[in-house]
Design a protein around this ligand. Structure first.
Ligand SMILES: [Cu+2]
Length: 197
């Protein structure tokens, strides 16, 4: 039953206005050992560029459950949602080894004007680091924890495998990630720029 309560608290932190939590709890209890909840949630992250030129994912960190979907929505500026993965222009691997990488390409603000969106379903537990291609050097990065953070690539120090010759994460971006502990504790963590609003 403890497992059930843990899952419920995680989901309550990660989503707002969610219904049927009891159903999720009962379904989880009925399938002990199955990490996939019966009802998946969709969590929204905004893509923002302020008139002053600050760019960020809002929120920058979220804790979700396996099977949940993250939906990034274009609000202002132009951005991509790109996994830290060697298949994306030889960037450092910072998502679970067995997870599929993704790259949204750049979502333009004016076609359509607002609310262009990109979705990705997260099935493998672990830590996922990602960035915006136009603004990585401005520190526009995000981190998603799916279920148990585990000990995969996203939990390792930056530049953990110099022998691979991957592109390393820029210093400004390294400093912009919320910590895994903070994400797990709070469920949702604003980025440094968004937190000032
Ligand atoms: Cu951007």
């Amino acid at each position: 039953m403890q497992k059930c309560l843990d899952r419920k608290s995680v989901r309550m932190k990660a989503t707002v206005g969610r219904t049927a939590l009891l159903g999720v709890c009962l379904a989880s209890a009925a399938t002990l050992g199955d990490p996939t909840p019966a009802i998946a949630a969709t969590v929204e992250i905004k893509l923002v560029q302020t008139p002053a030129g600050e760019t960020y994912f809002d929120p920058a960190g979220v804790h979700i459950a396996p099977g949940d979907t993250v939906r990034w929505v274009q609000i202002s500026g132009f951005h991509s949602i790109t996994a830290y993965h060697p298949s994306n222009d030889n960037h450092e691997l910072r998502i679970p080894v067995s997870a599929k990488p993704w790259d949204s390409g750049v979502l333009l603000a004016d076609d359509p004007k607002r609310a262009a969106a990109f979705e990705h379903v997260f099935t493998v537990q672990g830590v996922y680091d990602y960035f915006c291609k136009p603004h990585e050097m401005a520190g526009m990065v995000g981190r998603i924890v799916v279920g148990d953070p585990g000990d995969g690539p996203g939990t390792k120090p930056f530049a953990y495998a110099p022998g691979e010759r991957w592109k390393s994460v820029p210093e400004v971006a390294r400093a912009a990630f919320p910590t895994i502990d903070e994400i797990v504790e709070k469920g949702t963590v604003l980025g440094a720029s968004a937190a000032l609003k």
